[in-house]
Design a protein. Structure first.
Length: 263
């Protein structure tokens, strides 16, 4: 029986320029030959995961939106959408405190770009990749379809603390590398997404492996039977992992797969 392997995208499969090392491609090819099942496990929602550069690598399924979405062989198996009244409440509060934020759904991502500092690279990247699937929040309030969201850290530390206090009852706040926080409904994470796909496919927990590099990978690194942190990843990820491999650009994925006898 093959193993089930779950891979973060950014900083794990590809670098900041979305370049995938040849050694990573070869590792995926060899693992597919051995009958292993490969899954993307990303904080990105599904609309922001491009199929063309990733799915030909041999992925069997996608866990997206920090566990709020599960897809297997192109079919949606699970999707958690924040209920309409709640996302209206969230949107109203974020506007009230003057936050810059992105609301993330299965089909669209919503943002008012003027709320972000001029030259904000993340929101520019999202807009470039998504095109018409990036929609303004203003004017779309009645039709928001959202499973998680991100908020730029507020310059005023007191307002930032107020924001996190307001969110903590219903949401998990993940501090990312940079100037924003990722906000996920409580009870959902990459680990819960892995649990769902294992339940669906009858995969044993002992056959699970995860690969990540940052704070939104901590739950899956702690959940799977075996876990790998990239050598150039965040220290928190390295501390949580069973094995720390080489940096992404130095054949990190390939080295880890050899270490575990997966290839």
């Amino acid at each position: 029986m093959g193993k089930a392997l779950f891979f973060d995208i950014d900083g794990t499969i590809w670098d900041e320029g979305q370049r995938i090392p040849d050694s990573t491609r070869e590792a995926f090819r060899l693992m597919k030959e051995r009958g292993h099942r490969l899954f993307i496990s990303s904080g990105r929602t599904r609309v922001f995961i491009p199929d063309a550069p990733l799915m030909p690598l041999g992925f069997d399924g996608v866990l997206a939106g920090c566990g709020t979405f599960v897809e297997f062989c192109g079919q949606v198996k699970f999707y958690h959408r924040i209920e309409e009244g709640e996302i209206q409440r969230v949107n109203g509060f974020l506007k009230e405190i003057g936050a810059a934020y992105i609301l993330e759904g299965h089909r669209c991502i919503y943002a008012d770009q003027e709320r972000f500092p001029e030259g904000a690279l993340f929101v520019q990247e999202v807009s470039k990749v998504l095109g018409e699937n990036m929609v303004r929040v203003s004017g779309s309030e009645a039709s928001l379809e959202v499973s998680k969201f991100c908020v730029n850290c507020l310059e005023d530390a007191g307002r930032q603390q107020e924001l996190e206090q307001w969110l903590k009852g219903k949401y998990t706040v993940i501090h990312r590398d940079g100037n924003f926080v990722e906000v996920v409904p409580k009870g959902f994470s990459k680990a819960t997404g892995i649990q769902k796909i294992c339940d669906i496919l009858g995969i044993s927990h002992g056959d699970t492996y995860s690969f990540g590099d940052s704070t939104n990978d901590l739950d899956m690194l702690g959940y799977t039977a075996h876990s790998v942190a990239m050598g150039d990843g965040m220290q928190q990820a390295k501390d949580a992992a069973e094995y720390v491999t080489a940096p992404l650009k130095e054949n990190g994925i390939y080295q880890a797969c050899r270490h575990y006898g997966l290839i």
